[in-house]
Each structure stands twice: as C-alpha cells, then as structure tokens.
Design a protein. Sequence first.
Length: 259
Amino acid sequence: MRNIGAIFGKEMKSYFVSPIAYVVIAVFLVISGYFFYGMLSSFVQLCIRANLQAHYYRMAPPKLNVNEWVIRPLFHNLSVIGIFMLPLITMRLYSEEKRSGTIELLLTSPITRVETLLGKFLAALALYGIMIGATLLHQVFLFGYGNPEGGPVLSGYIGLLLEGAAFLSVGLLISSLTKNQIIAAVGSFGAFLILWAIGWLADSTGPGLGKVLSSLSLIEHFDNFSKGIIDTGDLIFYLSFIFLGLFLTYRSVESERWR
C-alpha cells in the first residue's frame, strides 16, 4: 500500500503542478453548469406554465418531478461530458513515462508493475472524483430550494464513478501503447465514442447481436443508476470492465520488458 500511495501522490502532484487538472476541472464545471442552468430554467418555466394553466381551469396543479426533469438528464449529460474530458486525464500516465525514458526506471524499481498501475489509476480516478464532486453544488441548490429524491442522486453519482472508472481503465491502456500524448488522447476519445455509441447499433441488427451490442455499451448500463436503480448486473459489468482494462494495461506494460 505504501508503494501505491507513493505513485498516487506522484501522479496527483504532476496533475496539479501543471495546468492539466485546473483546465480539465474548470472546463468540466463550466459545461456542466451551463447544462444545469438550462435544464433548471426550463423546469421552472414548465412549473409556472403548469400552475397558471391549472389556476385558469380551476384544477389542482400538477406535481412535476425535479429528478425526472433536471437531475436524471444532468447525470446523462455529465457522463457524456466525461467522454471528452477523461482522455486529458489519462493521456500522459504512461505515454509520458515512455517519452521521457522513465518507464525503464519503473520496470526495474522495487515497486511492482501492479502497484504502479494501481497508483496511476487511483490518481486518475481521484481527479475525476474531484470533478464530479464539485457538481454537488448543483444538488445542494436543488435540495435547498426544492424537494428532490435523495436515492436517485446517490445512485447517479455511484454510476458516474463506475462509468468513469471504466473509461479511465481504457484510457490507461491506450496511454500504455504509445509515447505520444496527443495520440493517446485521440485514441482514448475514439475508443470512448465507440463504447458510448455501440448501443445505437442494437436497433439496426438482429435480436441476438443487438442484445450483445447493447450490453457492451457503457452508457446503457448507466441508465439504471440515473433512475435510482442499483442493479447487480450493472455493478458486475462495470467492475469486470475495469478489471479487464487494468489487466490489459498490465500486460501491455509487461511487454515492455521484452522490447
């Protein structure tokens, strides 16, 4: 654990001594804040129109669910924004080590490759956690002035963490395959898009293949979390995907010994 902590601290420091962390967090919050403001404004206008209409027809005002109109769409938008931002977090984790030649030091140091891998992955996950944790300000605002359900909010953030961890494991793998950070970022972005959009092909294929494609989509498994449902099947999928991504990254780094 000490070695993992050392790698974790090194990577976190490298994030925050450079503009990477500040730029990624700032852009993420600006975009998410824009979507939150737009959805909340639309919801408020919808409530006003519904109340005016109910008053005009002397009816009871309808009960509009803020979870359904604001929180759930916001979570889906946050997951999509992550597709664009997460490659910036993972692009340098191994590619920079290769470019600078320090990968040989890592391979020959007393720190095992598993410890190095876990330290880098946990640092990337921590930065992502800070990003989505900052959006709790949106929830504080909603709970302060409204009456949303807490369960879907909690499950939504759990889903965001699991989905983000799955994407990060893929980004880590692609970073281990190249010396160039730009190639790592573009490659990760392309892989994320495929894993996001693969479910769209399900409707245009046969029932058997369509079910397989839908089950491979990371976004499809997030939908239950955004509804407040924590399904064991979705948990197993994300954890298995994360393990597979980290295992392939380990094998990729291990192959450096024979090059």
